[in-house]
Design a protein around this ligand. Structure first.
Ligand SMILES: *Cc1c(COP(=O)(O)O)cnc(C)c1O
Length: 453
């Protein structure tokens, strides 16, 4: 007897979910590095006839699963990746069954979840009333969305018509921190702005913009600051920047991909004092908040400006205020913001604060234990990032990172910062425990001994 399509689909979904559950059950004990030896099996050739779901999932599990870096585990300290909170990955699973497009007409409930999540994030981060925004695939796209918005707003103030393109447009000045994230430069180029004539602002030893070295601003200037330096975790001086930008009529944009969430903690929020004075902010859900990839948020004090730049306005679309496609680059996309909604529901205010404070506590301990092992940490622990070097043997740092990666005990990467070679540790996984931190430190000490440095 033939099964209904529905049964087949439900069974396939349950099969995939069961394997996902198996993976999650073993994630804390598995090695962090990937097994790549069997990757050739991932290309059995494009067959004339298709494979069964069971066979596809077997292949995925055996080769794909073993071929993952366990970046969702508590012993992954590379880049700023983050894991996925139970509620957020469960929401992802349910969303994948719903397969909704984030559009007010075809995905009304998920759009409501996204809009709710945006309001909660604005509240939690202490941003001005009236701030709104949209979900994107990540901070790169969120930065691009807001740089396009800022560009259009600054040009419109000069009398340049929106939609007239950049040809013959007045010049926009760009003032940026010397340590702005590399992807912001890409976002700038995607926004049609040049990264060649940026007026760079030098940073201090912590990686913060040196406010005394800021050029004179005017109302044609876009200022690019950051909340969370990728090496030191440091925050730019938003209070002073905000006042200067406001007085000059400049647009202040803050890239807070991982660092903005520190604002949710009473203990840490003073480090981001004045953040609310900016015009636009970017924050990822998929990093510090620990939702699954990919989800970033573009937030703007002037949502009407965002809509003026991003609205679609096709004849067959109703002028629905709540269509997220009118505030973001994509037209059709997944309802990724619903995972942020689930993450915030599961943590609550206290949970978010407790989580970011835990990241800070682990990072503080890591810095102090590294110093005890003879490493130099040339910055204060501002948030969750630790850059370190061996003053007498900088070259050995990459080898130490490599040695630990190969051991499968933990994962972090080499880095160079302010003329020093070293490695960088990021604490951004909800499930990282004190024991995971101990294993990290032990692995580093072992690598140092094995390499004789
Ligand atoms: C990761 C990161 C980005 C880019 O974010 P994606 O979500 O990977 O696009 C931008 N800025 C900072 C500070 C980051 O850490």
């Amino acid at each position: 007897m033939q099964k209904s399509f529905q049964n087949v689909q439900a069974q396939a979904y349950a099969n995939g979910a069961a394997r996902g559950a198996r993976y999650l059950q073993t994630i804390s004990s598995r090695q962090v590095k990937a097994e790549t030896g069997a990757f050739a099996r991932l290309d059995p050739g494009l067959a004339t006839d298709g494979m069964t779901v069971e066979a596809i999932l077997d292949l995925m599990e055996e080769v794909g699963g073993e071929g993952t870096v366990a970046s969702a585990s508590g012993r992954y300290f590379g880049y700023v990746i983050g894991g996925a909170l139970p509620a957020a990955s469960a929401a992802r699973a349910l969303l994948s069954a719903w397969d909704q497009v984030a559009d007010a007409l075809t995905g009304p409930s998920v759009v409501r979840m996204e809009e709710t999540a945006i309001r909660w994030a604005v509240d939690l981060l202490g941003l001005p009333v009236g701030t709104s925004g949209a979900f994107t695939t990540g901070a790169t796209m969120a930065n691009m969305t807001l740089l396009v918005t800022a560009r259009d707003a600054l040009l419109a103030r000069q009398g340049h018509e929106r939609g007239a393109g950049l040809h013959g447009a007045p010049k926009i000045r760009i003032v940026a921190s010397a340590e702005i994230h590399a992807t912001v430069l890409k976002s700038l180029r995607m926004a049609g702005l040049s990264s060649n004539d940026i007026e760079w602002v030098p940073v201090d030893r912590e990686g913060r913009m040196d406010i005394g070295a800021l050029p004179v601003l005017d109302d044609r200037t876009l200022v690019l600051a950051q909340a969370g330096n990728v090496c030191s975790g440091a925050f730019d001086p938003f209070e002073e920047l905000g006042e200067l930008c406001k007085a000059a009529g400049a647009w202040l944009h803050v890239d807070g991909a991982f660092g903005l969430w520190a604002r949710a903690s009473r203990q840490l929020e003073h480090r981001l004092k004045g953040l609310e004075k900016a015009d636009s902010w970017v924050v990822d859900s998929h990093k510090t908040l620990n939702t699954p990839y990919d989800a970033g948020l573009a937030l703007c004090r002037h949502p009407k400006e965002m809509e003026a730049s991003m609205a679609i306005g096709a004849g067959y679309l109703p002028a629905a205020e709540s269509n997220p496609a009118n505030r973001a680059p994509e037209f059709s996309r997944s309802a990724r913001g619903a995972e942020t909604w689930a993450a915030l529901l599961s943590l609550g205010r206290n949970g978010v604060a407790e989580m970011v404070e835990r990241f800070h506590r682990h990072a503080t301990r890591i810095a102090s234990e590294l110093r005890a092992l003879g490493f130099e940490v040339p910055h204060q622990v501002h948030f969750n990032q630790v850059f370190t070097t061996l003053p007498s043997a900088e070259e050995a740092c990459a080898k130490i990172a490599d040695h630990v990666q190969r051991s499968g005990e933990a994962w972090f990467g080499q880095a160079a910062w302010q003329g020093k070679k070293g490695f960088r540790i990021s604490v951004s996984n909800w499930s990282t425990t004190d024991d995971d931190v101990s294993r990290l430190i032990t692995a580093i000490a072992q690598a140092k001994r094995d390499l004789g440095v």
